[in-house]
Design a protein around this ligand. Structure first.
Ligand code: CP
Length: 333
């Protein structure tokens, strides 16, 4: 494995082998496996889990890491090609990224969507402009439409808790006061489809996930025996569900138009996950969320603090899954 930028670059068998490696490293630690190796981490957007879990994972394997958050103690980086750099950014990624890559053995980059033009974001324009400058193993720490590390960790969480492979997985839109990126819903949708689950995207009108992302998930489902469909009927979707994966995202019907998005979501504050959402679900239906989550806005305390919630397990598995990614990228088998 040379890069970890999209779970779809791996076959289902390669993903399950990576998860097997994660379990092996969990039960039989190898604290010197990556001794002398260095991981560089570039965060163009904030993080808690991704930053901490990659640094911890690298240290647990005997390696070390450095973190760059442009504009916070380091030069602000310009990402736009052809920019006239007469503003705040003192350095362009075309110089900065290869410099950083030359200091390390693997580089991770987080670069969220611009959120203005859906076609630009679907093409991963910002992330790819930097990825093309890296001649070392590269890790996607979350890009415009992908978060493969979250997807891998979530697959491991589903396996850890013996959630049926063909179980019903409901990816539900949840309320947030602002439009958030579609990276996590896109990655999780594909992951659950590739795992072979019955995937239902539950979302209000105006928030359908873009067709290319639904098509990608349907292709994965075809390979694995799963299925993918979408609805706005909450009772029907959650009937018999094994997983309710809550996630906030922006209105795709008016992508890049904050005022139109705000008008659409103003009527949707009731999309805060509460106990009564689970009335028709399977008795042991679990609540998943990638975090961070706004309590009592996207998910109510009564759910987050209940036994249904497995958000802490998901966050913990960011560490175990990413250790397998680092091991595979820097050491091989
Ligand atoms: N889920 C996730 O990626 O968390 P952070 O944004 O805190 O890294």
């Amino acid at each position: 494995m040379k890069r970890f930028v999209d779970l779809a670059d791996l076959t289902r068998e390669e993903v399950t082998a990576l998860l097997e490696l994660a379990r092996r490293l969990e039960t039989r630690p190898e604290p010197h496996a990556l001794a002398g190796r260095i991981l560089g981490l570039v965060f163009l957007n904030p993080s808690l889990r991704t930053l901490a879990s990659f640094q911890a994972g690298m240290a647990r394997l005997g390696g070390s890491s450095f973190v760059i958050t442009p504009g916070q103690g380091t030069w602000q980086l310009e990402t736009t090609l052809g920019a006239v750099m007469d503003g705040a950014a003192a350095e362009h990624v075309r110089e900065g990224i290869p410099v950083l890559a030359s200091y390390c053995d693997a580089l991770g980059i987080r670069a969220f969507a611009d959120g203005k033009d859906l076609a630009v974001d679907l093409a991963e324009t910002r992330f790819n402009a930097m990825a093309g400058l890296v001649d070392k193993p590269l890790i996607n720490l979350e890009s415009a439409i992908n978060h493969p590390c979250q997807a891998l960790a979530d697959w491991k969480t589903l396996d850890d808790l013996a959630v049926p492979r063909a179980g019903r997985f409901v990816l539900s839109w949840a309320y947030h006061p602002r439009a958030l990126p579609i990276a996590v819903p896109a990655a999780v949708l594909h992951m659950a489809a590739l795992r072979g689950m019955e995937v239902i995207v539950l979302r209000p009108e105006g928030f359908a996930l873009p067709k290319p992302l639904m098509d990608k998930a349907r292709s994965a489902a075809e390979l694995s025996g799963g299925s993918v469909r979408e609805t706005d009927d909450r009772d029907e979707a959650l009937s018999g569900a094994h997983i309710l994966y809550a996630k906030e995202w922006g209105a795709t019907a008016c992508y890049g138009q904050p005022e139109a998005d705000a008008a659409l979501r103003a009527r949707l504050t009731g999309w805060c996950v509460r106990n009564d959402w689970f009335e028709r679900a399977a008795p042991d239906c679990r609540l998943m969320h990638c975090l961070p989550v706004r309590r009592n806005v996207a998910v109510a305390d009564e759910v987050l603090d209940s036994a249904r919630s497995i958000v802490q397990r998901e966050a913990y598995n960011r560490l175990t899954a990413q250790m397998a990614v680092l091991y595979r990228l820097l050491k091989g088998k």
